[in-house]
Ligand binder design. Sequence first.
Ligand code: FAD
Length: 459
Amino acid sequence: MTDGQNPFSRQERVVVIGAGLSGSLAAVYLARHGYLVDVYERRPDPRTAPAGLGGRSINLGLSARGMRALDEVGLLADVLKRSVPMRGRVVHSPDGAVRFQPYGVREHEILHSVLRDELIALLVDAAETSAGVRFHFGWRLNRLDRDTATVEVLSEAGGDPVEVGADLVVGADGIHSVVRQHLQRGLRADYSQEFLEWGYKELTIPVGDDGEPRVRLEALHVWPGESAMMVAHPNVDGSLTCSLFMPHEGPVSFATLDTPEAVLGFFRANFADAEELMPNLVEEIAGHPVGHLVTVRTAPWRHGDRVVLIGDAAHAVVPFYGQGMNSAFEDCLVLSDCLARHTDRAAALAAFEAARKPHTDVLADLSIANFVDLRDRVHKPGYTAHAVADRLLSRLMPDRWTPLYTMVAHTTTPYADALARAKRQDRILRGATAAAGALAALGAVTTIGAALRRRSRGR
Ligand SMILES: Cc1cc2nc3c(=O)[nH]c(=O)nc-3n(C[C@H](O)[C@H](O)[C@H](O)COP(=O)(O)OP(=O)(O)OC[C@H]3O[C@@H](n4cnc5c(N)ncnc54)[C@H](O)[C@@H]3O)c2cc1C
């Protein structure tokens, strides 16, 4: 669809619950289908409220899937203007050594760091300029009648609940979705919520006293570690926002960072070069909340032609593949395609769930597996050799060999298809490694045998 087109002009009413990342972009897409869209968001308007979402990660890595969904509605160029390109990872070792690893082998294989609030504000602006879209900030969903698509909303300022009727309700209300609860209540619904034993805290690397960034800006900075790890995304103003990941409880945990000495001792032992970059470290550790890391798997995502879930409400993942927002944006694109292809809305919603759920389930597994890899395996020699071989093969045969990370972050190959292809490549690589090992062993045996024969002849 191109700007201003409105090929459907349904004049049906959609209520979107949640003006976060997925709800705001969904409003843009739905307006293009000719729906009248009312978005209810319990928080204040991000364009006027102070920045920051109470400890939620304040900047995010945008990659291929999210970029495609933004591009489809003409918003990508504006978003990229407000983001910082990240061309690779700068890995900081415990001894202070630093090395740069490019993200991909091709020029476009980079990520973009963008502030959550700024991105939402841009999406809200774009949606509001579309005909038929209205945002209601400071209003929270209280109740939903899933059979009639009627919602009851409450103003955060107080007063009586207000009932709003619609043809379709889109639940974009995040991980603790109230829409999901009402959609599934009393039905044979699957729901699982899995907390990671690790949490996260947001910290900052401010701009230096000279006004310049304290570290290389166009990269994701990573401090890996088995008992804690930290990543830092760059901001347009030259500062970086760090997420410190570590266990909630235990000998090395957020619970033990309870004095300035404990904080400084921990950073010196684990992230040697970080302390001098973070002048507000002690105050921020004491003052910032610890966030939870949760995976949500659930079904169904829809009810007849009346209710559908998107984004974290349908499939929340832990952030170690940086795909939560990207997959939420991809939901908006796929939902829009399904609505365009099916005149029967129930069929469209069924097609949407069928198209997405197998892949977001795989993303959930991949995200947890990547956490385990980052924590336990990434420093081990065998893992590094495998990763190097994977990258080398993709350089040598770019059309025939693509590492899993590249497929997930830099392509729009559906997640399950990416995993299936990566497993095939893995089998080939392991087979080749085993064959090379066998040849090397055979060579070694032959050499040793020849040496032994020479020695016995010499006796
Ligand atoms: C530490 C961390 C780092 C991350 N990094 C990345 C990254 O680099 N890349 C990436 O792609 N993803 C990342 N993510 C994931 C990403 O933040 C989420 O996947 C994304 O926010 C999901 O968007 P959403 O709109 O579905 O949900 P949300 O962003 O949670 O938005 C839901 C909205 O609904 C509103 N709401 C909730 N309940 C109600 C109600 N009853 N009535 C009205 N409104 C309501 C909320 O106020 C909120 O505004 C990260 C997550 C974390 C925790």
